[in-house]
Ligand binder design. Structure first.
Ligand code: ME8
Length: 644
């Protein structure tokens, strides 16, 4: 039976569009899962969304959407993003799903019954306008709200608490007995010193908002984020349900890894194992907390501008370029910086020059000197072969060792050491000189063979990292399926090489300066592709504009169209004797009651049309993009007033 491997990302908050920071964790887990697959593991990869909480409720409100519609849209955008990035996830859990909620409710009630959760009061500072509680350490100067800067007041709220203190010693012993439970070492030390200061019980419910999972035995409380969020790692596997086969197989399997960013280390290293201990579930997981990608200007945030989005990189450069940069550039255990310069340099130097060119040159030479085909002859050797062969074997070992301890960047570095060494081997063996001497034909063939065999190894090791490039390398070199596997990684396994006639570059070299400028302008939000130029060939005259009778109108009533779910039927007062009926395609964005009494802008001299059996006598003005639509409204003025 194959060993099992269960790997998870954090479940992301749908509070804004996911940036390359969140993408890093997802791509990192994807590379590890593909590596384990390559090694023959039976693996399972979970990711998803953390959809409850005050913040999400607020963001949805700002968008004039129900929380559910908002998270639904964000979940489908995120899934589409992961699909576009070819992420090999097996399940995408959403905390608003019934399968998750039921498990969380059972967990909460069990802990309550056992006395591991108890009812108490939560003291905090409350910001009225933001409707949010803050702890001492979160507050700004003079106890002001860290979000809006206004004054806060001290308030008490009834809350359930998780008894962390009871498990403190058990957790300390667990971490000490399992030295590789938390990596890197520096993060483990952070956790240990935090626990040693003494753990306060954790507030795990709220009564001040609704958007969460209700506590079954006391529904005025909703479960506050962490018990809800952390449970996803087992609810997705069917823990405590009729079919818990995935849970049995993977949670109780051979390897379980949670990958998180350093920001949520404590929750995973302290609260989660304590929850599991209290539930009598074995703590089978290992925790890896990586550093952060920063922008030159500082932190990346979903709600701030000035960050890089993965789709921008893919549109302009490509998926492998993005994967390579993200996985290579973040050092183990610390932060990294995304700059246009470093990104373009990595593509040009590492991918185009060193790696892409090596394949290109090798294929061209095999075509030129041997008409595309060479064979392995173990009897011929030149003085440089041994060093290359030893490094190939060493690279496989280094790569494996690093991947096993999640040092993906180091693993990639070891592959590039082989890439450089193989380039150097060309300089050492000087095939163009050997080619001039017919007596050196066998030696020349041996050099070509070594290049191809080294590239085959590089290709296999890059399967988890560069999805298209590894595939293309195998095709161009004519490597059969059975020699694209982990088990085939042995020098000499390739018996003969039959390459394509014309190599195609893996990574075209970019015009560095131009591309750096382009990325900089994308970051400043000035990129041409994100701007909308005016069509100068189709200008309107003032007479064209004056032809439109634009007026202020007051919405008297609104209702859903009986035969079309996108349409609303409005009666408006546009300063005429009779109300006017307008049918508008806004039902996905507005409920009828949202519009009543609003003063809107309408065009009243459009030819009337019939929309699904209802007469529409005019048009409502609204602004929109792909996601949002807002009807233009005004304060003051009266129905019939002109708009110009
Ligand atoms: O914390 N660099 O969700 P979240 C690298 N819902 N990784 C980054 C990053 C950056 N600049 N910014 C974010 C949550 N990340 C909770 C998790 S889990 C039970 C609940 C990654 O959307 C990193 O993995 O704020 C970090 O931990 C995660 O995104 C935070 O995502």
């Amino acid at each position: 039976m194959n060993k099992t491997y269960y790997i998870t990302t954090p479940i992301y908050y749908p509070s804004g569009k996911l940036h390359i920071g969140n993408t890093y964790t997802t791509v990192f887990c994807d590379a590890l899962r593909r590596y384990k697959d390559l090694k023959g593991y039976d693996s399972y990869y979970l990711t998803g969304m953390d959809e409850h909480g005050k913040k999400i409720e607020t963001v949805a409100k700002e968008r004039d959407m129900s929380p559910y519609d908002h998270v639904d849209e964000m979940a489908s955008d995120t899934k589409a993003l992961w699909d576009r990035l070819n992420i090999s996830y097996d399940d995408f859990i959403r905390t608003t799903e019934k399968r998750h909620k039921t498990v969380v409710q059972k967990i909460f009630e069990q802990l309550l019954e056992q006395g591991d959760i108890y009812l108490g009061t939560y003291k905090g500072y409350y910001c009225m306008p933001c409707e949010s509680f803050f702890t001492d350490s979160q507050l700004g100067e003079n106890n002001t709200c860290p979000d809006c800067g206004r004054e806060t007041s001290q308030l008490e709220e009834e809350s359930y608490f998780l008894r962390l203190s009871k498990y403190q010693d058990r957790l300390l012993k667990f971490i000490e007995d399992n030295p590789d439970f938390i990596t890197p070492e520096s993060r483990k030390n952070e956790v240990l010193s935090f626990i040693k200061q003494g753990l306060n019980d954790l507030s795990v419910s709220r009564t001040t908002f609704d958007w969460g999972i209700k506590v079954v035995s006391n529904p005025k409380h909703v479960v506050y984020v962490w018990i809800d969020a952390l449970s996803n790692y087992i609810s997705a596997l069917g823990y405590n349900t009729n079919d818990d086969s995935l849970y049995q197989k993977y949670w109780h399997g051979d390897e379980v890894v949670h990958v998180v960013g350093k920001d949520i280390l404590r929750f995973h290293a302290i609260y989660w194992p304590i929850m599991l201990m209290a539930l009598d579930i074995p703590v089978t997981f290992k925790l890896h907390a990586h550093g952060f990608y920063m922008m030159k200007e500082g932190k990346m945030s979903k709600s701030k501008g000035g960050v890089i989005y993965p789709d921008t990189i893919i549109n302009h450069y490509g998926l492998d370029e993005l994967r390579y940069f993200l996985l290579r550039e973040l050092p183990y255990g610390s932060d990294g910086v995304f700059t246009p310069e470093s990104f373009i340099e990595r593509i040009n130097y590492d991918l185009a020059n060193d790696f892409g060119n090596l394949l290109n040159r090798t294929i061209s030479m095999i075509n030129k000197y041997f008409n595309g085909a060479v064979e392995y002859d173990p009897n011929v050797n030149n003085e440089f072969d041994e060093t290359l062969e030893t490094l190939i074997t060493q690279t496989v070992a280094d790569y494996r060792e690093n991947m096993e301890i999640l040092k993906v960047s180091e693993a990639i570095k070891s592959v590039w050491k082989l890439v450089s060494r193989t380039n150097k081997y060309i300089d050492e063996t000087t095939p163009w000189i050997l080619a001039k001497d017919p007596n050196k034909k066998a030696e020349l063939q041996n050099v070509m063979y070594h290049l191809a065999e080294s590239l085959r190894h590089i290709g296999v090791l890059l399967i988890p990292i560069l999805l298209d490039a590894s595939e293309s390398l195998f095709k161009q070199l004519g490597i059969p399926e059975e020699l694209r596997t982990w088990d085939s990684l042995e020098f000499g396994a390739l018996k003969q090489v039959d390459v394509v006639k014309k190599p195609s570059p893996l990574f075209p070299r970019l015009d560095g300066e131009k591309e750096i400028k382009k990325l900089q302008s994308i970051l400043r939000g000035e990129d041409k592709e994100t701007q909308k130029p005016v069509d100068e060939s189709n200008l309107a005259t003032i007479d064209d504009f004056n032809k439109l009778d634009l007026r202020i109108a007051k919405v008297l009533s609104a209702k859903y169209h009986p035969n079309a779910d996108k349409l609303l039927i409005l009666k408006v007062d546009a300063g005429e004797k009779e109300p006017r009926q307008i049918v508008a395609g806004i039902a996905k964005h507005y409920k009828p009651e949202d519009l009543e009494d609003k003063k809107v802008v309408v065009i009243v001299n459009l030819e009337p049309v019939n929309l699904r059996g209802e007469k529409s006598n005019g048009m409502l003005l609204a602004g929109s993009n792909k996601k949002e639509l807002k009807v233009l409204t005004v304060d003051g003025l009266k129905p019939g007033d002109a708009v110009s």
